[in-house]
Design a binder for this molecule. Structure first.
Ligand SMILES: O=P(O)(O)O[C@@H]1[C@@H](OP(=O)(O)O)[C@H](OP(=O)(O)O)[C@H](O)[C@H](OP(=O)(O)O)[C@H]1OP(=O)(O)O
Ligand SMILES: Nc1ncnc2c1ncn2[C@@H]1O[C@H](COP(=O)(O)OP(=O)(O)O)[C@@H](O)[C@H]1O
Ligand SMILES: [Mg+2]
Ligand SMILES: [Mg+2]
Length: 344
């Protein structure tokens, strides 16, 4: 066969080969993410998005070239780890242990402290914080004296539940009495009422501005009560004066944002996440990472379907090793005859 014919055959094969991405997501996440624009865009590029039934063994479904997931179920994590041991070349985006690290607000930010990026005029860190496991530690001044008020109290676990997003501003020691442990107490940093949300999809990075809590002056602090609960403030739609104020806020330099995003992606071994960052009002080049979320609400980004499809395309077109092709073939045989070894 001539080289041209071989090339034509190869490209014809590539065009006809379809790839399957299995997704395991909660119903509300399916509704927000798996929209016709994403399904159709992926389809046009040879990628089919297939729902996973988590009540059935994975080997009886698919076969999948890649699995994406966001579920907090412990059993699912076991399923996935088992599947991954048997089929190590089917891409699991992302590894369950790496995801679990950001289900805890202490371990989630530890990675930021160890991050090294090329030098910039800007610097980044995390706010000063302590972990409180019980009521006794909360009422022990030797713990809380290390922080300056106001502080933000955040539930230690970030497990997708409504309560994990129930935060409180604490203005003085009296306010500490109304808190439930385990939690993180984190110093509140004045940041001009704007939070930068940086969305990451593999190598794709996009930073957007969202509303945040207003600055608190020292004078105001003396006049405020003990505790102010709040929840998911950045999801509030900004209007009027607030919208103007967000629009006017200067974005952090793009290369700085990209370097942190890429550094975090590599250090955490995660591809699908976003992080919240604020800029210290009292030092304009000081940024603080305050939150990292696994597989966030990408559908809020314009053209999210392109970013996700490009990423899926890269994953499924990574030159598959012989072992991976065999695994996919094996999975294919199993899912068609259902006689393969049963996973738990
Ligand atoms: O639903 P959305 O679009 O508000 O997305 C939520 C994220 O909002 P964001 O994209 O950062 O503005 C949200 O981010 P925040 O924690 O609010 O910063 C979480 O990632 C949330 O997931 P979970 O409830 O913690 O499991 C995300 O919820 P799920 O979409 O995963 O249910
Ligand atoms: N240390 C902080 N200083 C100032 N504002 C903060 C701080 N931590 C959180 N916030 C504000 O509270 C919001 C919610 O906190 P975050 O840690 O992102 O929790 P969640 O996981 O519920 O989004 C942030 O988007 C930001 O507006
Ligand atoms: Mg947040
Ligand atoms: Mg969060």
């Amino acid at each position: 066969m001539s080289a041209t014919n071989r090339f034509n055959n190869m490209s014809a094969e590539l065009e006809t080969t379809r790839f399957s991405i299995g997704y395991a997501l909660a119903p509300n996440k399916v509704q927000s993410l798996i929209q016709p624009c994403l399904v159709n865009h992926a389809k046009d590029r040879g990628i089919d998005l297939i729902p996973i039934d988590i009540t059935k063994p994975l080997v009886q479904q698919g076969p999948f070239h890649c699995i994406i997931h966001k579920l907090y179920d412990h059993q699912w994590k076991k399923h996935l780890n088992h599947f991954s041991l048997n089929y190590p070349n089917v891409a699991i985006i992302d590894p369950p242990d790496a995801v679990e690290r950001i289900h805890n607000r202490e371990s989630m930010l530890q990675v930021v402290n160890g991050l090294k990026i090329p030098s910039h005029n800007e610097n980044f860190s995390i706010p000063k914080q302590i972990v409180i496991y019980d009521c006794e530690s909360l009422s022990d001044p030797s713990n809380t004296n290390t922080l300056q008020f106001p502080v933000i109290a955040k539930p230690l676990v970030a497990n997708g539940s409504a309560t994990s997003h129930q935060l409180s501003l604490v203005f003085n020691t009296d306010g500490l009495n109304g808190l439930k442990s385990p939690l993180i107490l984190q110093e509140f940093v004045n940041h001009g009422g704007v939070v930068f949300k940086v969305y990451v999809v593999g190598e794709f990075v996009q930073c957007v501005k969202r509303p945040s809590l207003p600055d608190i002056s020292e004078e105001e602090l003396g006049t405020l009560g003990g505790l102010l609960p709040f929840s998911q403030i950045s999801n509030l739609t900004s209007q009027g004066h607030d919208a103007m104020h967000i629009e006017k806020a200067e974005m952090p330099p793009l290369s700085f944002v990209h370097d942190i995003a890429n550094g975090l992606r590599r250090a955490m071994k995660l591809n699908l996440f976003n992080f919240d960052m604020i800029r210290d009002t009292s030092a304009g080049n000081r940024y603080l990472v305050i939150d990292i979320n696994y597989f966030p609400g990408y559908a809020k980004l314009p053209s999210y379907e392109t970013a996700l499809t490009d990423f899926f395309w890269e994953i499924v077109h990574k030159k598959p090793s012989e072992a991976a092709s065999l695994e996919i073939k094996e999975c294919q045989d199993r899912s068609s005859d259902h006689r393969g070894p049963q996973l738990p």
